[in-house]
Design a protein around this ligand. Structure first.
Ligand code: PMV
Length: 318
């Protein structure tokens, strides 16, 4: 039996991270230059029902039975079974790989969960809807992040630009112009769960100040949505710097992220900001077409350990 393969892209939050946890809107796009992939192969020699898991990137070789019930991989596989109303599956070997940097704000855990749910369900012969995959990936995100807004699983599953408000129906965004982005990694791994938890504590200590910052971020997101839809990407740049300044106020940036944002600005980027949970991980810079490599070089000189250019296509060009 040939292997069944499934994949999901990374994601980039363009505007609104952290405030989105508090029901403000956010905008995210798929990052198709990196992907999580899962191959499911029948294991005819394995005992009935054995699910072998091989994830060489994280040096994991195990079986489902040996994983704790709250392991995100187990949550996804059992989440698929529960959705399909079954309690086991034919012996299978699941190989998980990903070139999405982990703990870097690029949606690696959500993409692995989405690809795993899809490969498992297709192997069983009952492919799931995107909504079902997204719900299963959300459960794995809850285990990892505690209180995720749901933006990561949504954007990696649907692989389309989204305007996301927690608890509201998903709205897809129609980009009128392509977005040329450079992503630059500080090399600092940071736990989104810890960043979200620490912000919650600061907000509890000073609710009014934090709610005001969240409202200012929400206003930026609404303005950015209009600019993306009308195709005025040059005017987005200042909004990215303004969003970054508010993330600094929320204390989720760090000197290394600030240095990269400043380097992007000096190199002529239209805008730049941290993207994701912060405290490390990545910045994104919006640049004019043809300027990606030049800005990427300046970012590497300013300490980025990894850069990648990506273009989010305009609607219709996809
Ligand atoms: O760090 P990431 O890629 O998991 O991004 C998280 C985005 C936050 O807004 C900080 C958290 C969330 O659940 O939305």
């Amino acid at each position: 039996m040939p292997a069944i393969a499934a994949s999901a892209p990374g994601k980039i939050i363009l505007f609104g991270e952290h405030a989105v946890v508090y029901h403000r809107p956010a905008i995210a796009v798929p990052f198709t230059g990196v992907r999580a992939r899962v191959a499911a192969m029948a294991d005819p020699l394995g005992p009935p029902g054995r699910v072998k898991i091989d994830a060489p990137d994280i040096h994991l070789q195990t079986t489902l039975d040996q994983l704790p019930g709250d392991d995100p991989i187990a949550i996804v596989i059992r989440g698929v079974w529960e959705t399909l109303g079954i309690e086991s599956m034919p012996a299978v070997s699941l190989r998980i790989s990903s070139n999405i940097p982990s703990s870097a704000g690029l949606g690696s855990s959500a993409a692995v969960a989405a690809a795993l749910a899809r490969a498992t369900a297709s192997f069983i012969g009952c492919p799931l809807t995107d909504e079902q995959v997204s719900q299963i990936a959300y459960r794995a995100e809850q285990r990892l992040h505690g209180n995720p807004s749901g933006i990561d699983n949504t954007v990696v599953v649907y692989a389309r630009p989204v305007f996301f408000v927690r608890g509201k129906p998903i709205e897809f965004l129609r980009l009128s112009e392509p977005l040329h982005l450079v992503i630059a990694d500080t090399g600092i791994q940071s736990s989104t769960a810890d960043m979200v938890r620490a912000l919650r504590e600061r907000r509890e200590a000073a609710p009014d100040r934090h709610e005001a910052w969240f409202d200012q971020i929400a206003a930026i997101v609404l303005r950015a949505r209009a600019l993306l839809e009308e195709g005025n990407s040059a005017a987005l740049g200042p909004l990215m710097y303004a969003n970054h300044a508010l993330l600094q106020s929320l204390s989720v940036s760090c000197p290394e992220l600030d240095r990269l944002v400043e380097a992007a600005s000096k190199a002529g980027a239209l805008g730049a900001k941290l993207s994701g949970g912060g405290g490390g991980g990545n910045i994104i810079a919006l640049v004019q077409d043809g300027r990606q490599e030049q800005v990427a070089e300046s970012l590497r000189e300013a300490g980025a350990v990894w850069t990648k250019s990506t273009t989010v296509p305009a609607d219709g060009a996809r």
